[in-house]
Design a protein around this ligand. Structure first.
Ligand code: TEU
Length: 577
């Protein structure tokens, strides 16, 4: 059991925090301090020459990931889909879209991954399906009152002729959260709810048929050997039963429907996670290997998130507050302390993350301005003055924290965001529904560079192949995996060394964290018996917290000094204060 009484990080509060849990077999609870690599399949590696990444490409890349030193992979959706949201609009939960391969290819990937000692997590999307899913097609065809309509949120409109949406909810990707259908007889009909796009109708989890279907889906993939699931929109499955108006959904960012208390985070959702956890435990009972459920739980506070990782619910939930933290020592100190207090009390471990397929990459986020604000995005080709150094430092900080961590493809290459993709190549529904580039996600999804000096940089099988589905900038050449592996000072080697030390040092992974006294711009803590991590959020060098050469540093780190925008680890025999 993890218990934590995290101090406020000040020197006056050296209280020990986050103590190690009970011993357990490595097959069980492997996830508590695992580092998982997120593979955005479409952009990882293309084996067929159609310009789109695929499962065979992932299989080819597994040895690269094994060499990096991660414990497993999370595969973004590869199911049959019309691709309105790149697979997060699922038309068949138990198959592989032909553009990505087939079930035989998937089965081979699982065998190859397990042979390399890598776990395989799939991305499951239970909040909504595709408007092309047979269930939704049936709901449209049956008309009002049909049984299939109860699988979704269909409702009569308001207004004299039902011409107004049933409530004022806004979709996450722009526009109203409701669309009106034309009934089979050609008349204007009911409305249906879609919290993201009209092509992603929300499923009605108050209908038990929905939960029964997903139990079958989980079993289908667990029987094929997967080690768990990343759960999309894990706080969203249940809506307020009366679907009432949201409190002024457009008042400001805070009431944007991502935190609409009526559309998300309803108490009934926890029974779903208890059911899914019990299903995982059933498989564990057969062979002693834990299956993992990691939730994308977008809620306002760590304490709200803690409810999702109680011992009988999800094993993990991404701690997004670290990802959204601007480059500021007090913000980092606060979110880390809150995580270790609020999450650790549940008995789980914190699941740290800095990047994913929805967010601007850290090299760009942390650039030039303290918060990686608008000015930063324009510096993306190099990450501005501070971007790469801060991204390296944040990575070393994350790998030193107690718990698990996720690394997004390209993060280990120090890839900046591609901010200048032309409008006509953008595929994000956010752009097409709002007309704005704000929050558009194509820039962190550009196909990876593997080798060579020009696009496709080895992403696709040969120069005669189709162009990558998003254009790669020329400067991708500086970030190819080939160059990264060859350059011992690269991001890749920093991640690899950090992952290796995490695996070999008893102080890292699960375990204690105690804040240390440190200069104003330096966050410092000790892990277990004498591993000190310090990160300098400032730009000027400060004295190192521990004498001697660091064990590992995110940048040049002369003995006795900790430069600005740098993190480092030391082993010390003394008991640092
Ligand atoms: O994202 C859910 C979610 O909360 C998004 O609104 C996220 O905050 C946003 O993309 C940030 O800009 C999940 C997936 O990660 C995302 O890729 C999907 O588009 C979305 O669900 C719908 O399935």
């Amino acid at each position: 059991m993890l218990t934590a009484t995290v101090g406020n990080g000040s020197s006056a509060d050296p209280s020990p925090v986050a103590t190690t849990g009970v011993p357990h077999s490595t097959a069980q609870r492997w996830w508590r301090d695992a580092v998982i690599y997120q593979v955005y399949v479409r952009s990882f590696l293309d084996s067929t020459g159609d310009g789109i990444g695929d499962l065979a490409g992932v299989r080819t890349g597994l040895p690269y990931l094994k060499k990096l030193g991660v414990d497993g992979v999370w595969l973004s959706p590869f199911y049959p889909s019309p691709q309105h949201d790149h697979g997060y609009d699922v038309a068949d939960y138990c198959d592989v879209d032909p553009v990505y391969g087939d079930l035989a290819e998937f089965d081979g990937l699982v065998v190859d991954a397990h042979r390399l000692g890598l776990k395989v997590l799939l991305d499951i999307v239970p909040n909504h399906c595709s408007s092309e899913h047979p269930w939704f097609r049936a709901a449209l065809a049956e008309g009002s009152g049909g049984t299939s309509r109860s699988l979704f949120h269909f409702a009569d409109g308001r207004g004299t002729d039902g011409e107004l949406p049933p409530n004022n909810w806004r979709a996450m990707f722009g526009g109203p959260a409701w669309s009106r259908v034309t009934e089979p007889d050609g008349t204007p009909g009911q409305w249906y709810l879609h919290m993201f796009t009209p092509e992603q109708p929300d499923l009605n989890w108050r209908n038990p048929v929905v939960g029964d279907m997903f139990e079958k889906v989980l079993r289908f993939w667990l029987d094929r050997g997967v080690d768990g699931f990343r759960i999309d929109v894990a706080a969203g499955l249940y809506k307020h039963p009366e679907l009432p108006d949201s409190p002024d959904p457009e008042a400001d960012e805070r009431t944007r429907d991502s935190v609409n208390p009526l559309a998300w985070n309803q108490p009934e959702v926890h029974q779903v996670w208890r059911d899914w956890r019990a299903l995982c435990e059933e498989y564990t009972a057969r062979d002693g290997h834990d299956r993992l459920l990691v939730g994308e739980v977008s809620v306002r506070t760590p304490r709200e998130q803690a409810a999702y990782v109680r011992p009988d619910e999800l094993h993990q939930a991404f701690f997004f507050h670290l990802l959204t933290a601007r480059w500021d020592i007090e913000v980092f100190r606060t979110v880390i302390s809150e995580a270790l207090t609020d999450i650790a009390e549940t008995g789980s471990t914190v699941t740290w993350v800095l990047n994913n397929h929805d967010q601007v990459r850290t090299v760009t986020r942390y650039a030039t301005e303290p918060g990686g604000g608008p000015g930063a995005v324009s510096e993306a080709t190099s990450g501005g003055e501070h971007g790469p150094a801060r991204a390296r430092a944040a990575a070393l900080l994350m790998l030193a924290l107690p718990g698990a961590a996720y690394v997004y493809q390209g993060e280990e290459l120090g890839l900046p965001e591609v901010v200048d993709l032309p409008d006509d190549v953008l595929t994000d529904p956010i752009f097409h529904r709002t007309g704005s580039r704000r929050g558009v996600r194509d820039g962190c999804r550009v196909p990876l560079p593997w080798s060579g000096h020009a696009s496709p940089f080895g992403f696709t099988k040969d120069a005669e192949a189709a162009r990558p589905w998003l254009p790669q900038p020329e400067w991708f050449a500086e970030h190819s995996t080939e160059r990264a592996v060859a350059d011992t000072r690269s991001f890749w080697h920093l991640y690899r060394e950090g992952l290796h030390l995490r695996r070999s040092l008893p102080q890292l992974g699960e375990g204690t964290l105690r804040w240390l006294d440190s200069p104003p711009q330096v966050l410092a803590f000790v892990r277990g018996d004498g591993l000190v991590c310090a990160i300098n959020f400032g730009t000027d060098p400060v004295p190192a917290p521990v004498p001697g050469a660091p064990l590992l540093a995110s940048g040049d780190c002369p003995e006795g000094t900790l430069p600005g925008s740098t993190a480092a680890w030391w082993i010390t025999a003394s008991d640092p204060r």
